[in-house]
Design a protein around this ligand. Structure first.
Ligand code: ADP
Ligand code: MG
Ligand code: MG
Length: 902
């Protein structure tokens, strides 16, 4: 018979951390803590396997499950000396959800189960606290109705609110026992009318229904949405933990709290926790009441505080990571109710990893593996410009100062609900979600927003914890904002801010400012720098190099500052688009004879040369790969809309019969646009096809590159130009462009009397080129995989039109991911592996890189390492992440083999 239930209690547990998949994160760590001798209320966990079997059988419980539950319930009753449903010594339990990976607040939990009209009296008598007993009962009825009976909480909150108003009671705590008794009576009546059935008094039936409902909460909309965002498989399911209640609402020596062993915003080494006296856990987690700083506990019960701190430290050492814990104090006795690895900001992720290494808790490669590559990129994301910020605040634009809950600088339009956030973000707008507090239902909206502001809640409220994990700027508890949801506006002092108005949010300081504040580029902080130095160490000697895609000297400098070891792609056409150059480029394109074209090219040459000198200077001593002109010429001419306007203008001038010169110019432009128009420009006259039909264009570019190289070399700059031919598909193309290039390059060096070592290679972006790589490598001295075009041509998807069907494809699972974002290793990757292999057969030392958009994405970087590339090249802002990803790939590879890590 399958074992579906695992017990923990009285210092011993059947489960442990390694059983995470079976017991869920919550269940396995409760077991682990029990075995560590940490005070945890006893209980048992029903496995995820039970959930799976239940789903498979069409939501029927597997055979034997209920019996096993009853057996373990019996054990629990013995350990606690109480009984479920007992009129004198009633056992109360919580029924908690818990998946393999934490999905904070996305599924359901029911507290105080086991109460009914009889046991509530027993509880009151036993604790000598009638008010407490009825407070538990009204909480239980509310939660049970919400989770099991599908009755909205507001119904009950409404009754409570009305009662408080009638009694003039400022808080829940001011409602006396007798009143709570009446309240529960009202709840019962409400339930009977709404469901047609009385509230279930049979406690075992309560338990059974609760377990079922918690099982089902896996399918709640918010949980499903959370799984989609975090790519969590649908079929994992949840475990269910049933455990004895401990009561934080038993008076002034009781309370509840949550805490992080380090500051989740910054990673600073300090206990970051909040405490709520005389309350149950749900009050803090849901952000219903704003908790106090943990010092409140220290001042009131120093011994309990010391014990909590000691346990927190012990847990962190044990799990070798920052922990997020839930605890409750019942009449001066401390209990731990949950521990898990804490969600943290990108900055904190890096600092915690580096600090733990220095504290000898983890080793260096563990520290490197622990940080996600996008997190180091995030560490360099923009911050508010200090001067602008000061000016805005000085100018009276500061709206509020709330609690800084998640770092980041966000600017966007105010929206007041999650759906609108999603909708506007989809339309390309940047939004800030402003809410009184957030609930798990708001997760998709938070994800769509740049930042989140709440007027209520503490640093460990739902909004704070979720935003930190998502890397969104977040300010909570901005109490000065009075939010008027129906009118879609909020007011602070004299300011009224409407939906759509722009605000700036600084999650690092807690400031909310009216209007936009300029942001400036972030910098690599000390810890990021240190982590990357370690990472680079693991990449050395045969690891993957990291280069940048950079088109200008400024980009090149930035890339170098972020650690680029060269440039993998300079797109020369970007130099053509500058407003002062475009007219000359157009002249060149429209020239009707060779001489005019050459004259225009001659005017472009010095401009290109100067750009190259700047780039060589920035990359002194490092290789620079420059791609010759790639896009079809029509891209430099007026677009379709402008073309139509030109045609209209021409007819207007014709009708007027004036200005023959303007008419002639316009006519020539229109003719050129028409002549160059292509049915399918992606497959048209571009890349080396252009260089072969217009050798003077490539000739000018090669000349500019080599002149720049000679000049730079003369100035003592280390130059390593690598001239790259785009879109090669046949050996003939490669051979022809190579010879052309060499002729011009060698000519320049002879003229100048300077010798520069340069390479000529090609992009591999046409599938055919990968297939005949062996022959291409005969001429090409290096390969760079242009995975944007290669993906386009391998799938036959035009990148510009893919949005029309890709979302549907993703929905239906016809493609696992957007292949333009995540390298398609199965297909495109196969061509890459094959191309490298064939190319190196002809030229064993062939240098190979990637310069498509994928070069900065972690899983693609790992792939590039595995197929033996020499480097990846990506946007300057992705360089830190690529360095980390490349190190991780190497470390994983070495750990898998028996190789020594050093
Ligand atoms: P979530 O996953 O949404 O955090 P939990 O199962 O952790 O849900 O429970 C919600 C709150 O109830 C938490 O604050 C938790 O500490 C508290 N809680 C759960 N079980 C008990 C219990 N047996 N006694 C006291 N408080 C509990
Ligand atoms: Mg919890
Ligand atoms: Mg291309």
């Amino acid at each position: 018979m399958t074992k579906y239930v695992y017990f923990f209690g009285a210092g011993r547990a059947e489960g442990s951390s390694v059983m995470r998949n079976l017991l869920g994160g919550k269940g396995c760590e409760l077991a682990e803590m029990t075995n560590l001798g940490i005070p945890v209320p006893p209980g048992f966990t029903i496995t995820t396997q039970a959930w799976v079997h239940c789903q498979r059988a069409g939501r029927k419980w597997p055979e034997g499950l209920w019996d096993q539950i009853l057996e373990h319930l019996d054990r629990l009753e013995q350990v606690t000396g109480t009984r479920l449903g007992d009129g004198e010594r009633p056992l109360l339990v919580s029924v908690r959800s818990g998946a393999r990976v934490s999905m904070p607040g996305m599924m359901e939990t029911i507290l105080n189960l086991g109460l009914n009209d009889a046991t509530v009296e027993g509880l009151a008598a036993r604790t000598g606290n009638e008010r407490f007993a009825w407070d538990c009962y009204r909480r239980f009825v509310t939660m049970f109705s919400d989770v099991v009976l599908d009755l909205r909480r507001d119904v009950f909150e409404g009754h409570l609110g009305a009662m408080k108003a009638r009694l003039g009671a400022p808080t829940d705590a001011d409602v006396a026992a007798g009143e709570l008794r009446k309240l529960v009576q009202a709840y019962h009546e409400e339930i009977a009318t709404r469901t047609g059935k009385p509230f279930p008094q049979d406690v075992r039936n309560q338990l059974r229904l609760a377990i079922d409902a918690v099982f089902d909460s896996w399918f709640a909309k918010k949980a499903t949405e959370y799984r989609r965002i975090h790519a969590i498989p649908e079929d994992w399911g949840t475990a269910v933990t049933v455990m004895a209640m401990v009561f934080g609402n038993l008076g002034e020596t009781s309370g509840t709290g949550v805490g992080f062993t380090r500051d989740p915003r910054t990673g600073d080494t300090r206990f970051y926790a909040e405490y709520l006296s005389n309350a149950q856990g749900e009050d803090v987690v849901a952000g219903i009441r704003t908790p106090q700083p943990i010092e409140a506990l220290r001042d009131r019960m120093p011994a309990v505080y010391a014990e909590l701190l000691e346990i927190a430290t012990r847990l962190e050492r044990h799990y070798k990571d920052m922990q997020d814990i839930e605890f409750t104090v019942q009449e001066g006795t401390l209990y731990l109710l949950q521990t898990r690895s804490g969600k943290r900001s990108a900055r904190a992720a890096v600092k915690v990893a580096v600090d733990l290494e220095k504290e000898h808790v983890i080793d260096q490669h563990t520290a490197i593996l622990r940080v996600k590559p996008p997190e180091v990129n995030e560490a360099i994301r923009p911050v508010f410009d200090d001067r602008e910020r000061a000016a805005a605040i000085g100018g009276g634009r500061l709206l509020a100062r709330g609690l800084p809950a998640a770092p980041g600088a966000a600017v966007g339009q105010v929206v007041f609900d999650a759906d609108r956030a999603v909708e506007w973000a989809r339309g390309g707008q940047k939004v800030i979600l402003v809410r009184p507090e957030t609930a798990p239902e708001d997760v998709a909206g938070m994800y769509a927003a740049e930042g989140v502001v709440t007027s209520r809640g503490g640093r460990t409220s739902h909004a704070a914890v979720v935003a930190v994990g998502m890397g969104k700027a977040c300010v909570v508890g901005a109490a000065d904002l009075s939010i008027d949801e129906p009118r879609r506006q909020f007011q602070v002092g004299p300011h009224v801010v409407h939906e759509g108005d722009v605000i700036s949010v600084d999650g690092g300081t807690g400031e909310v400012v009216l209007g936009a504040i300029q942001t400036v580029e972030g910098r690599l902080g000390d810890e990021v720098r240190e982590l990357l130095v370690w990472a680079d160490f693991y990449r050395r000697n045969g690891g993957l190099g990291v280069r940048a895609n950079a088109d200008s000297p400024v980009d090149a400098e930035r890339a170098r500052a972020f650690g680029a070891e060269g440039i993998g792609l300079v797109r020369t056409e970007h130099m053509f688009f500058a407003p002062d150059r475009l007219p000359v480029v157009r002249e060149m394109i429209m020239a009707s004879d060779q001489a005019t074209r050459r004259a225009a090219l001659e005017r472009l040459r010095p401009v290109q040369r100067d750009d190259f000198i700047g780039i060589f200077r920035a990359m002194d001593g490092l290789p620079v790969t420059i791609r010759l002109l790639d896009p079809p010429l029509h891209e430099f001419l007026p677009n379709w809309k402008e073309y139509k306007e030109m045609v209209a203008e021409q007819s207007r001038l014709e009708a007027l019969g004036t200005d023959p010169e303007a008419r002639r110019r316009l006519g020539a432009l229109i003719e050129a646009v028409e002549k160059l128009r292509e049915a399918n420009p992606m497959l048209g006259h571009r890349g080396c096809r252009l260089g072969i039909t217009h050798p003077e264009i490539y000739g000018m570019q090669v000349r500019a590159i080599m002149e720049a190289a000679c000049t730079a070399a003369e100035q003592g700059i280390g130059v390593e130009p690598e001239i790259m031919i785009p879109l090669t598909g046949t050996v003939g193309e490669m051979k022809e462009t190579l010879e052309q290039t060499r002729r011009v390059a060698d000519g320049v060096m002879a003229e100048r009397g300077v010798l520069v070592r340069y390479l000529v290679g090609t992009m591999i972006e046409v599938p055919r080129a990968a297939l005949i790589a062996q022959k291409i490598a005969e001429h090409a001295e290096f390969f760079s995989f242009g995975t944007n075009d290669l993906t386009q041509l391998t799938f036959g998807y035009s990148r510009d039109d893919v949005a029309k069907f890709l979302p549907k494809y993703l929905d239906m699972g016809l493609v696992p991911a957007d292949p333009f974002a995540l390298l398609d290793q199965e297909g495109v990757g196969e061509l890459i592996a094959l191309g490298i292999d064939r190319g190196r057969r002809r030229r064993p030392d062939l240098k190979v890189g990637i310069c498509g958009e994928h070069g900065g994405e972690a899983s693609s970087v790992e792939f590039c390492y595995k197929v033996g590339m020499n480097y990846v090249s990506c946007s300057p802002y992705l360089i830190p992440g690529a360095r980390l990803a490349a190190a991780q790939a190497r470390i994983r590879d070495r750990l898998a083999g028996s190789d020594d890590l050093r």
